[in-house]
Write a protein that binds this ligand. Structure first.
Ligand code: CAO
Length: 436
């Protein structure tokens, strides 16, 4: 069947994670995504943290499914001409180079508009243009620290902590994808392209909006009653780190289950939902908590919430995390087991829903990767392999009208890379593999 983005041509001038996550999403949904890569190794993630010598790393394969690859030196006059030809024919160009790199390469927004006024140009940077840090290069954790995530994550007696979730990278890519799709719809009305700029700091903050809410509440009332610091701890004038406290009006915590002494993930997340308190008490075998004034309202419970959590942990002590969920399920308690990455990788339900998929790959045999977390009733995105470096060079150049002789000459001049040329530089292998 026709996929919704079929026919949309995307030049994927991106690297690492933020840009590739955006263009991979568009590729899953049918866009024709061409990754334009430098000759020396291509996207840096092809060689970062390799697990098989001289073979594209999982970091790359998991972010570049369903794409084609053209390896071209866009700093040479001939490479620049190829890039200009691609821009004239494209619908979308996405890049996430260091600040100023596109201008230095000769592809300013003004020049891109001259080449193709209908083009939608998506750009990721660490900080927006008004920021005093707009000239900085930025990776994931830098953005998490600047966007409010790190100062509000972790425990009050420890340092600011970054999340394992790619709040700076993939999250910014998702924001950019929303912007590009919006601009594509806008173009149907105006016929014009536009530039969409996304800053990683801004995208992290957009996901930390409840912490901004808490800052404003703190400034008005001086305390945050759903935080563990309430009522006996100390509040300053900034939002503290709240450990595993629930972020909304429902208190919750990560609680130990049977086997926690030997298994770092033998825990569940347990939420106390105000409207289901009676049922929660029944589930825990504590019917007396329903009417006891020290327990019967959220306000009464909050000052001794950790004693309540400790009592729930006693109830959990003889139950595995899975048994606990089965017992709580009929009572409507919002809860889930803490799952390890191993459990997730081999979870049959996540495979059945194609949230995790196994994809064939020319060098690796196959690789495990994420599938689309967005499910459509009209189609199921089919996840295909990431490309080898320069795998589609001949095909793409032929499509631009280059003869086989011209392509061969450009390869000789090192404007283009040979089809599928491997990156075998020993330095590009993980330490454990470097000597093999
Ligand atoms: N042919 C020739 N040159 C090319 C090329 C090609 N096909 N593709 C890229 N280049 C050049 C760029 O023009 C740039 O040249 P100059 O430095 O001379 O301007 C050079 O390669 C390096 O660009 P880069 O931005 O990819 O690499 P970097 O190591 O300097 O910085 C990063 C990497 C990620 C820190 C930076 O790109 C950045 O801050 N990006 C914006 C925010 C972002 O997306 N961060 C990464 C999120 S994922 O963790």
């Amino acid at each position: 069947m026709n996929l919704p983005l079929e026919g949309i041509k995307v030049i994927d001038f991106t690297g690492v994670q933020a840009g590739p996550a955006c263009t991979q999403l568009m590729a899953w949904f049918g866009a024709d995504v061409l990754k334009v890569e430098r000759l020396s190794g291509g996207d840096v993630t092809r060689r970062q943290l390799r697990d098989i010598p001289d073979v594209d790393a999982l970091y790359f394969t998991q972010l570049n499914s369903n794409k084609k690859s053209l390896a071209v030196d866009t700093k040479t006059p001939e490479g620049k001409k190829i890039m200009e030809q691609l821009i004239r024919e494209a619908d979308v160009l996405v890049e996430n180079f260091a600040p100023g790199a596109m201008d230095r390469m000769g592809f300013s927004w003004e020049h891109i508009q001259e080449l193709n006024p209908t083009l939608i140009y998506g750009s990721v940077k660490g900080f927006n243009d008004q920021s005093p840090y707009s000239d900085l290069k930025v990776y994931e954790n830098v953005a998490q620290c600047a966007g409010g995530a790190a100062s509000t994550t972790g425990f009050w007696d420890g340092p600011p902590t970054v999340s394992a979730a790619a709040l700076g990278d993939s999250n910014s890519g998702m924001h950019l994808a929303i912007g590009i799709l919006t601009a594509l719809i806008g173009r149907q009305k105006t016929g014009k392209g536009q530039k969409i700029s996304v800053a990683m700091q801004d995208c992290v903050l957009n996901l930390c909006r409840v912490k901004l809410r808490d800052q404003l509440r703190l400034e008005r009332v001086g305390y945050l009653e759903e935080y563990p610091q309430y009522p006996n701890g100390v509040f300053t004038d900034v939002v503290p780190r709240g450990g595993n406290a629930g972020g909304g009006g429902q208190p919750g915590w990560v609680l130990k289950c049977k086997g926690w002494e030997g298994d770092p993930n033998a825990y569940i997340y347990f939420t106390i939902q105000e409207q289901d308190w009676e049922q929660t008490c029944q589930a825990l075998g504590k019917p007396e908590w329903i009417t006891d004034p020290a327990y019967s309202t959220a306000r009464a419970r909050q000052p001794h919430i950790f004693e309540i959590f400790a009592d729930i942990e006693k109830w959990l002590a003889d139950k595995t995390k899975y048994e606990a969920i089965d017992k709580l399920r009929p009572y409507g308690v919002p809860c889930a087991p803490v799952l390890s990455m191993k459990e997730i990788a081999y979870d049959p339900a996540l495979r059945a829903s194609r949230t995790i998929v196994e994809v064939p790959h020319k060098q690796r045999g196959s690789y495990l990767t994420v599938g689309s977390p967005i499910k459509f009733s009209g189609f199921t995105p089919e996840i295909t392999s990431s490309p080898l470096l320069g795998e589609h060079t001949g095909e793409v150049l032929a499509g631009l009208g280059y003869s086989p002789e011209q392509i061969a000459r450009l390869r000789e001049k090192k404007v283009l890379l040979k089809d599928g040329a491997a990156d075998t530089h020993p330095e590009h292998n993980t330490l454990a593999l470097a000597s093999k």
